[in-house]
Design a protein around this ligand. Sequence first.
Ligand code: ADP
Ligand code: UDP
Length: 236
Amino acid sequence: MRLLYEGKAKRVYETDNPDQVQVEFKDSATAFNGQKRADIDGKGAVNAAVSARLFAWLEEHGLETHFLEQIDEQNLLVEKLTMIGLEVVVRNWVAGSLNQRTGLDEGTPLDVPVLECYYKNDALGDPLLNDDHIRLLGLASPDLVARLRQEALRINQVLTPFFLDRGIVLVDFKLEFGWNRDGALKLGDEISPDTCRLWDKTSGERLDKDRFRRDLGGVEDAYQEIYRRVMMTAHA
Ligand code: ADP
Ligand code: UDP
């Protein structure tokens, strides 16, 4: 299989079908724009399975995603998309860069979700963009930005109760969208403990990549715990 792209967390391969690609989820993890690197045992399998489950759940709730099927432990078959060069972040609680930007305490609930768009550009360190910056760079029209915001909010409305039923608070998460060959807007990339902040509802324990970013220990166990809870069919 021809490798089309190798990123920090995944490899994208060509398939026999020009409209489909295979995405391999790696165990390697990076943080702080690639400055910190390590392998997290089992991460690729967790992120592939969790993404597959969440994409399927979103589809069941009428949201369009690139997901087609899980090929094996670390590989998904997805629709090939022309990606929009933005990372759309949805926040339900203050954490991470929102804490740093505003000084609001981490763990402050947000009455209305906060949405942000970042420029997917490693060389610039993925900076935050306002609507004028997005227009200036030609990344998306104002109408498309409005559509991305609406999609992201609908996804948040479906994922928040999914996680809460499993004793997990969906603090914030990052989404990437793209266009398929027919011009349909679809959610792409992944939804996993790499791209979401997930806190245990009772203890507040961090069950996501922050354990790696902040050297909290127990990284592998946290990923396995998210796998276990996301795969549960019976609600807690
Ligand atoms: P990064 O590029 O940030 O290092 P990854 O290691 O996750 O990230 O690489 C995966 C790449 O594949 C990303 O650039 C992402 O935008 C892209 N991608 C995700 N879903 C699709 C898709 N359905 N079709 C084409 N490219 C995709
Ligand atoms: N995020 C991501 N990829 C990025 C940047 C952020 O998946 O390149 C996710 C991150 O895991 C968190 C949310 O987006 O769930 C918000 O991240 P934040 O802006 O707080 O940045 P960070 O603290 O991760 O630098």
